[in-house]
Design a protein around this ligand. Sequence first.
Ligand SMILES: NC(=O)C1=CN([C@@H]2O[C@H](COP(=O)(O)OP(=O)(O)OC[C@H]3O[C@@H](n4cnc5c(N)ncnc54)[C@H](OP(=O)(O)O)[C@@H]3O)[C@@H](O)[C@H]2O)C=CC1
Ligand SMILES: CC(=O)C(=O)O
Ligand SMILES: [Mg+2]
Length: 581
Amino acid sequence: MPSTTRPSFPRQLSTTSGDYDLSYSPDMRRSLGTYGLTPPTVESYEVQTQRCLRLLAMKTAPIEKFQYLVHLKATNVHLFYRLLSENIKELTPLIYTPTVGEACVRWHEIWTQPEGMYLSWSDRGNLRKILDNWPHSVDITVVTDGSRILGLGDLGVNGMGIPVGKLSLYTACAGIKPDGTLPLCLDLGTSNKALREDPLYMGSRMPKVSAEEEKEFLDELMAALTDKWPSIVIQFEDFKNPFPAIERYQNQYTMFNDDVQGTGAVIVGGFINAIKASGVPVKDHKAIFLGAGSAGTGVAMQIVEYFKKEGLTEEEARRKFYFVDSNGLVTQDRGDKLAEHKVYFARDDNNGRQYQSLSRLIDYVQPTILMGLSTIGGAFNKDILQKMAKLNDRPIVFPLSNPSSKSECTFEEAVIHTEGRCLFASGSPFPSMEWDGKLLTPGQGNNMYVFPGIGLGAILSKAVSITQDMIYASAESLSTSLNKQEVADGWLYPDIRRIREVSVVVTRGVIRASQKNGVDRATELRDLTDEQLDAHIKKNMYDPYTASEYFGGDRVSQLVPSDLNSHTNGVNGLMKGVAQL
Ligand SMILES: NC(=O)C1=CN([C@@H]2O[C@H](COP(=O)(O)OP(=O)(O)OC[C@H]3O[C@@H](n4cnc5c(N)ncnc54)[C@H](OP(=O)(O)O)[C@@H]3O)[C@@H](O)[C@H]2O)C=CC1
Ligand SMILES: CC(=O)C(=O)O
Ligand SMILES: [Mg+2]
């Protein structure tokens, strides 16, 4: 007879699972009921971290390291975040782009345990009830329908890796507590026929529902999420066509779209520094964008805001952009019906000429800036980069498509073909390199620099909506967050190892903008000085170092035995193979 008792919630789904941490004293283990279930030793986090690093170093393929980290997070969340915080530069490429791209492509093959919620088309009418199954109170969710996962196309429910990865960064970078995060993947069918026919695929085997049907589903979802958790922040991610949802929900819910608004902000943040470093006045810049999708036009819209603040009229700012999509230069007279988001930037000054080739367009426009958000790996080839170098002392070259295999060029290619003169940022990380006796470090223009602060700012200010001023404030705050050394070294973005400090600055900017716009409900924060506000932000950040205190535990602190330090492999070699993905 099948049991009718409700099964207890699977332990590994609990995002607060630190119960088996080896730092717990025997008394703590007795009170948790775990005494005897772990090896007898009482170990500090430091020693446990060394074991994790050794285990990671033993695995060669990035996807194996990814899988180990998934396991670690599920079994000891505080240790996972401590490891991640201490090795953010080395581990981010494993839990996020580029490795998360491979993980999503292979999600149906490598999946082992629940990490978020799936809501299907067949669940409509019941979404609110299903949310009751989630065992925690949620501060923030990242939701995708899997229809445009990085530059890898429609991956259906395999896209779950993206909300999981982004929310891990919310915790690691901005200290949003792990159990306040909800990865959410919508199962609305997929246009990916190969996946639909794969016996291991774990979503509904139907073609993607229509835009109208998706809209109805999202209406129900948004109402259900805010009914269940009234202050929830909702981040939309990797939707093929994100614009209708932004228009429909941005004033009604506390939501933003990371690919359009977050990417726009992060690129402006680095772009402000690139413009300064280029030595060319704002009025003399011209930009070619390869890729006129949600991210490309989102970035350009935020740059228009920046150009306006620098004294240009909106018309002058708009006319600085030349967009190229899969049909060539986006013009008003091209003969095809342009998608709505492209119309604003469509050229009318091309005198009937159509440009299919990027190289010919560069000759015509003579740009100072080249942005890639096209998903076309290698599109900025030697010829293109050399042309940019010939036209400019300091060409601005941002190949922003993810993962690395989709990047329009590598850092090495950009450095070599511009003779080390380019101002560079890519979406996925590339290693530093030597050029002319100098160590050059690439910028990483990835929305991970801003979305954690946008989210935390919205949570702490209890914003009723996320305004354009809040998004723009994240960009401006990011651009000011470089320290003296980073500025002296010509970096466009701060060192990722300082991301928690940077997130405090971004969060403060976002909260101040929410106050200026009057969308904040935490009105008691209005009278705080900046120093007091920073202290308030830091106090509210989850800290994996004091996590057991957070759960009332009594973790021991213990020195790392020197023999462990001496033969640990550390994180050396973790990056090996990651950049090729
Ligand atoms: N660095 C970062 O933080 C971020 C990076 N991205 C990356 O940006 C990329 C694009 O994302 P998104 O804008 O949302 O995707 P979309 O699918 O909305 O846009 C892709 C764009 O590229 C164009 N394109 C496709 N093939 C070509 C080609 N051969 N030549 C020129 N243009 C082409 C498409 O043309 P058409 O319109 O004709 O189909 C479309 O305009 C992805 O790789 C994503 O990972 C996204 C967000 C953040
Ligand atoms: C980084 C990101 O959001 C993307 O590539 O879609
Ligand atoms: Mg994205």
